[in-house]
Design a protein around this ligand. Sequence first.
Ligand code: AMP
Ligand code: MG
Length: 544
Amino acid sequence: MKSTSLENSPENPVSLENFLLKQLFTDALPGEQSPSNYPHEVPDTLWSPVQPVPAVDPVLIAWSTEMADLLGIDIEQNPRKSAQIFTGTKTPQGSIPYAMRYGGHQFGNWAGQLGDGRAIALGEVTDLKQQNWTLQLKGAGPTPFSRQGDGFAVLRSSVREYLCSEAMHHLGIPTTRSLTLCLTGNKVERDIFYDGNIQTEAGAILCRAAHSFVRFGSFEIHAAYKEHDHLKNLANYIIKNNYSQLWPKDGKPTVDTYQRWFAELLERTANLMVQWQRVGFVHAVMNTDNMSILGQTIDYGPYGWLEEYDPKWTPSFIDQQGRRYCYENQPQIALWNLYRLANAVLPLFNDDTQPLRETLETYNDIYTDNWNNTSAAKIGIDQFDSNRGDNELLDKLWTTLQATRTDFTVFFRSLAKINLVEKPDTGSMFGTISDAFYEPDKITPETREQFTLWLDQWSQRVAISDDEQRQTLMNHINPKYVLRNYVAQMAIDAAEEGDYSVLEELAVVLKKPYDEQPGFEKYAGPRPDWATQRAGATMLTCSS
Ligand code: AMP
Ligand code: MG
């Protein structure tokens, strides 16, 4: 039985007819007076009301049943209606669609007002666990923050974000979530390589969900414009709603409250970086406007997953020169971004830098402690121990992996397969990890020697622990399935032909990234040759 009440419950998902949105953010914080969608500065506000552009022919092509169940929304019952709502073509009850104002540091420089240039929030919905989620449509048309952009999104980038947010969640990594993916029927023009070669692509809209879409840059904009009341009100809103354990009982936050909040965010951000490094995820555009105030992964653009282990790798076409946001830089870039946020929130500390400085100085220890334990666990050591030479063992591993082109994800799964109970010799251990090499025929005797030496030291270090337990530990921390760019491209290629079966299959496989899942190896292997030459399958631009 479908519920007709406005309250959602596990037994009775609310039908879309009765789907009710709240306006928590817009009720609590001041916005622009009247709706507009032409580019302009919006000083002295936190958001602007915006009307999404109606889709010509909205079609629902995918949705996350988990998120729909959690939110208690019945997406399936009426796919047509769902497509209308989640493309912004029909505004649901209670919704005052809005775009958020924020600024940011892009590639190291202050960029001024940015804001939701093509994301329009519908409002908040309370889930079955009484948690609030903001629903946001990405690609629903221009807003005051669109600058030179058109406010739309294409199918390929929407598929990438749709799949990756859910994949991240199932990897156990904090992230925004996906609810629905719809085609709009609109055509969108994109110059993918910024070379004047314009292509017409299918427009699409992802409806994504998060407990908050506020970014570091949301604070920076108010600091830059000296809007200190807005800064304080936004901080209070975030602490009260998203860090409620820190909100004082008397409702009067103090410098101590703000310091605890900053410390908690810093810890979450450091831990998020460990998680990204663990699975080889490269966000690729870690500007402060893409840093979540909740310490989760947000804004999936030209992201990628390490294939050959190369610490300097980034999938971003526009960052090939500077490599500011390459794999190995991510943890320190996050800290740099936290410094930008600290500068912005200084007025909350009466301009006393001491509490923020003290907190910022804890970052490297928090990161390093967690990373040491995590990287040790990746090679089957349950407790990192510097007295047993674990630092040296790990350092040697990172250099050894670069001796030949070695697939980061495959390597750790193969390492787990080595059965130490059988007391294998180094040659046999080397054979077991060889499927991680892109060019096994080209391995020189020196490279082989380097690997066997490391395997020998590694086997001595881990042999003291229980072998089966070690394999289990490793397979719980080293995923078999990650959304490699070529794998996402397989889903995109099919979807662009109107075939959503790959997308659907992948969404299921990526729910269990640590399981073997026989039969789905085609999504787990090192990058095949065809992908090396394909745009999107290795390198990406921000054009989306
Ligand atoms: P990103 O690098 O994707 O995080 O985007 C940086 C800024 O550009 C944000 O303010 C986005 O909203 C905006 N933006 C990106 N693509 C578009 C687009 N197609 N139309 C309007 N604004 C966009
Ligand atoms: Mg962004």
